[in-house]
Design a protein around this ligand. Sequence first.
Ligand code: TXA
Ligand code: MG
Length: 325
Amino acid sequence: MISSNIEEAVILLNDGEVVAFPTETVYGLGAIAFNANAVAKIFERKGRPHFDPLIVHAATTDRAFALCANVTKIAERLAEAFWPGPITLVLPKIESIPDIVTAGLPSVALRVPAHPVAQALLMAVNAPLAAPSANRFGKVSPTTAEHVLQDLGSRVPLILEGGPCQRGVESTIISLMDEHPRLLRPGSIALEEICAIIGPIQAPDANGDIRLSPGQLKSHYAPSTPMQPLSDALPPGKGERVGLLALTSPSIAGYAAIEVLTEAGDLREAATHLFAALRRLDAQQLDRIVCEYAPAHGLGLAINDRLSRGCQPKQTELREPPAPK
Ligand code: TXA
Ligand code: MG
């Protein structure tokens, strides 16, 4: 059910239930982070593997840092620059955060969302909320309450209405667990903006342990329709129904459906529209979707990351990786 009733959401959360709520990036599926049984429901309802840890959302920077065992100077500078907002910081966790939240890692991913409804909910419930994106695992993330309803339906007792998400792609995740900050997932805050505050940061570790950055699972954010990059794609064949996800206005004919992400060539606008456009194409029973990549700067990195994962063949079976030694 879609509702604007924050009090009801608080009652459900305190009762150990999950609630979907809007953030400026995508809608989240939240439970009180200290309630391990409630957090277990997030994994069940999403069909998410337990090795994929959750982001913990707090109302303020102070409350977020209270969940972490060691706040570094760099963390403080990033929080000051970007919180509330779409950056997630991975830091050493305090003992009392249940293992189910962090997939047994010694770290916790923290974020202070800016969306007024997320803020109101966090204040009213007066507890941190563990929340992944409110979609079935591996599918396209939801940027409206309606998307959540389509994906999760009766699996969620309440979806808080917050309008279409202003940012449209997930937060940028930075790990501060090592000496040098490392990008774990490009997202709504451009790398250039982050480097301007803390200097150069390390690229994602492509060969790294999947448990340390599980968002790096190859097929993630994928539509049900097969998708391929425009640069590799053959033009639509005779009788074939092909959809085009174009960055700016295309001059290519023959497509059964076209979505343009930004007429003006504004990458932030393109990011905002990305998931909704992908969902509209996915709903049209197309034979395939062809997508145009963005230039590799600013929000183009996050857009291309989601597109390239969406182009990977589906991982129909996900096995838990072997336990750490
Ligand atoms: O914008 C967002 O970040 C949204 C909204 C709801 O806040 N959330 C989101 O959550 O995208 P999710 O579950 O789709 O992605 C969370 C990712 C995990 O897949 C993992 O890559 C990373 O965050 N993560 C969480 N905890 C971590 C940890 N302790 N160490 C490393 N990575 C972690
Ligand atoms: Mg997700």
